[in-house]
Design a protein around this ligand. Structure first.
Ligand code: DP6
Length: 343
């Protein structure tokens, strides 16, 4: 591990750009065993997408005191604080204390259950580490991304990814690792957008409320290892039906757990439920497709490549669906040319 700052630190600004894509959890992360270190109470398994992205440029400026953060052309105080906390982890490693200018863009709706924090913090850690000349392995980047947003640990990697909950108090065993490359089993994902508004209760608060008040919390934790085993085996065997069954189960179980919190967390719109029914009807008709939904109203339908047009058409036609995006499975975080993002 290299904690040394780059040799040209004093020469001027340190600048890098990166892209990362959202990931969709098939076996869900919900709940923390350590809030300060952001360690999960359960492991999770996800797929990283390709055509939806966050692109982020980070420019550290010696002498600058504060970070300046622009997300999709706007400045948001709460988001800026999270970005600064994340950059602080990198500054500590590099032994520098100066501020950065951060410009970030998503090509999909932000904070509406489309994993924008996953791609956002994965891109930020990747770009920030490169700007500071930190030679971090992907696992080390993933550990830092996890500190900023749990699901970001998985977006450092491409394809099918498992993030272990780990048992150690310092979290060094709670790392994400790739399970299978994207092109080894190139499934497709249709995303039905049912609302473009930011969600009312973010994941962090939702998890806190659930752990404190949901009567199903211990059942959730106790049954997760078995779900992970089934999903991991299904992925390694490319067994679509087994992956469909366990993914829908994990999704509905997570939402049932969260709905039973007080006050209950209800992330779905009517159109989300309509899309679930439509996906199940398609599957009964023999189309290999299943759904999953994160902490927001968008429905993600995962299918074999030959079914994607049919799945999109059926979701597009559902009342309340505003748009249907479509993605394949993609790579992990990577470097981009600097200077291409509008501020
Ligand atoms: C429902 O990673 O956004 O999407 O660690 O508090 O930032 P924080 O939470 P976040 O939670 C994602 C929850 C989920 C399930 C998942 O992605 O596994």
């Amino acid at each position: 591990m290299n904690f040394e700052p780059r040799a040209d630190v004093s020469a001027g600004e340190l600048h890098a750009a990166s892209q990362a894509q959202p990931n969709i959890a098939l076996v869900k992360y919900w709940g923390k065993r350590d809030v300060a270190l952001n360690l999960p109470v359960v492991g999770s398994i996800s797929i990283t997408l390709d055509s939806l992205w966050t692109r982020t440029e980070v420019r550290f400026v010696p002498g600058q005191k504060q970070d300046q953060v622009s997300l999709n052309g706007r400045s948001d105080e709460a988001e800026s604080r999270r970005v600064t906390a994340c950059l602080d982890l990198l500054r500590q490693r590099a032994g520098v204390d100066y501020g950065a200018k951060v410009t970030s863009q998503n090509n999909f709706p932000t904070a509406a259950g489309l994993a924008s924090s996953a791609s956002g913090f994965a891109a930020l850690v990747h770009a920030g580490a490169h700007a500071l000349g930190l030679a971090l392995s992907r696992v080390e980047q993933s550990v830092l991304a996890r500190r900023c947003s749990g699901s970001a640990a998985r977006s450092i990697f491409g394809g099918y990814v498992e993030w272990a909950h780990g048992k150690l108090a310092d979290g060094t065993d709670s790392v994400a690792r790739p399970l299978l490359d994207a092109d080894a089993w190139p499934l497709r994902v249709a995303v039905a957008i049912t609302s473009k508004a930011a969600k009312q209760v973010g994941s962090t608060e939702g998890m806190r409320r659930t752990a404190r008040t949901s009567p199903y919390q211990s059942a959730w934790v106790d049954t997760q290892e078995a779900d992970l085993d089934v999903a991991r085996n299904a992925i390694l065997a490319r067994d679509f039906d087994a992956l469909a069954a366990i993914s829908e189960h994990s999704c509905l179980k997570m939402h049932a757990l969260a709905m039973a919190a007080q006050p209950g967390l209800l992330y779905w719109k009517g159109a989300t439920v309509e899309c679930m029914h439509r996906v199940r009807v398609l599957r009964q008709q023999g189309v290999p497709v299943f759904f999953t939904v994160d902490a927001g109203p968008q429905l993600k339908a995962v299918c074999v490549p030959s079914a994607i047009e049919q799945v999109k058409a059926v979701l597009c036609d559902a009342p309340g669906v505003l748009d249907v995006l479509d993605a394949g499975l993609g790579a992990g975080a990577r470097a981009m040319p600097v200077g291409e993002l509008a501020t």
